[in-house]
Design a protein around this ligand. Structure first.
Ligand code: GDP
Ligand code: MG
Length: 172
């Protein structure tokens, strides 16, 4: 079975860990510790193909570290997460994307943009159009509004990035 290395990136508190745990374990666990960085594995089938996903749930993106460079290097697909309740978390993704493209030395890196916490209607700072706008600027990177809490679009976002990796490999 092929391995697919996926890295979940984004500002602290946007829901990277909740999304990852919801995807891997099918549970919403709210144990907020912004410093915990962990990796998970999950086997899924994508278009009839058995895939072993290795998912790295990152933390502490505030400053650049050699460590981060290392896991971006080894990652094949990236889930870039912001929170629809936090404009600055979307701003932070611009730099993160630049960093990924620079380290991967490519423009067509398998990637999805995820606006999490879409269940928090009253706390929104960003509309779906804001995400669509960024996706357009990013070469039409697939965009999902998601809720880790309500398991909305969680699986879709992970499967999308795996499909992109498969497609990219088929081309090379
Ligand atoms: P991380 O720092 O990006 O890993 O963020 P966490 O996954 O730890 O989530 C931070 C906090 O955001 C959690 O304690 C949850 O309370 C909240 N959270 C995460 N995902 C959601 C979601 O989909 N909906 C809501 N309402 N809250 C969420
Ligand atoms: Mg976390």
């Amino acid at each position: 079975m092929r391995d697919y290395k996926i890295v979940v990136l984004g500002a602290g508190g946007v829901g990277k860990s909740c999304l990852t745990v919801q995807f891997v374990q099918g549970l919403y666990i709210d144990v907020y510790d912004p410093t915990i960085e962990d990796s998970y594995t999950k086997e899924i089938e994508v278009d009839g193909r058995a895939c072993n996903l290795e998912i790295l749930d990152t933390a502490g993106l505030a400053q650049f570290t050699a460590m981060r460079e290392l896991y971006i290097k080894s990652g094949q697909g990236f889930i870039l997460v912001y929170s629809v309740t936090d404009q600055s978390s979307l701003d932070e993704l611009l730099q993160i994307r630049e960093q990924v493209l620079r380290i991967k030395e490519a423009t067509n890196v398998p990637m999805v943009l995820v606006g999490n916490k879409c269940d928090l209607t009253n706390e929104r700072e960003l509309t779906p159009e804001d995400g669509i706008e960024v996706s357009r600027r990013w070469n039409k990177v697939p965009f999902y509004e998601a809720s880790a809490m309500f398991k909305m679009n969680v699986e879709d976002a992970f499967v999308d990035v795996v499909r992109q990796i498969i497609r990219k490999e088929a081309q090379s």
